[in-house]
Ligand binder design. Structure first.
Ligand SMILES: [Zn+2]
Length: 82
């Protein structure tokens, strides 16, 4: 998996809010370090994106609440990162 384009964090795994366990190209990803919303692009490289308008309001709200939680918590301390 590639680095978060916003903060450079290297995720070593992904978890899903849907039943799908493995991310695919086009899937959205919220960086657990900085809260940036990214999308898996070609070659599974993460690219910055905005909350898509075609999601339901509930889905958009879940993304924004997750981002708020991560941003209020703050970035992961260096000594905790793997
Ligand atoms: Zn990030």
């Amino acid at each position: 998996m590639s680095l978060c384009p916003e903060c450079g964090y290297h995720p070593d795994y992904a978890s899903s809010i849907s039943e799908k366990a493995t991310p695919e190209e086009g899937d959205l990803s919220i960086c657990i370090n900085c809260g940036a919303l990214n999308r898996f692009g070609p070659g599974m490289r993460l690219e910055r994106t905005e909350v898509p308008d075609d999601l339901t309001l509930e889905q958009q709200l879940k993304i924004r609440l997750s981002q708020d939680f991560i941003r209020k918590r703050g970035r992961i301390p260096e000594d905790v990162k793997q």
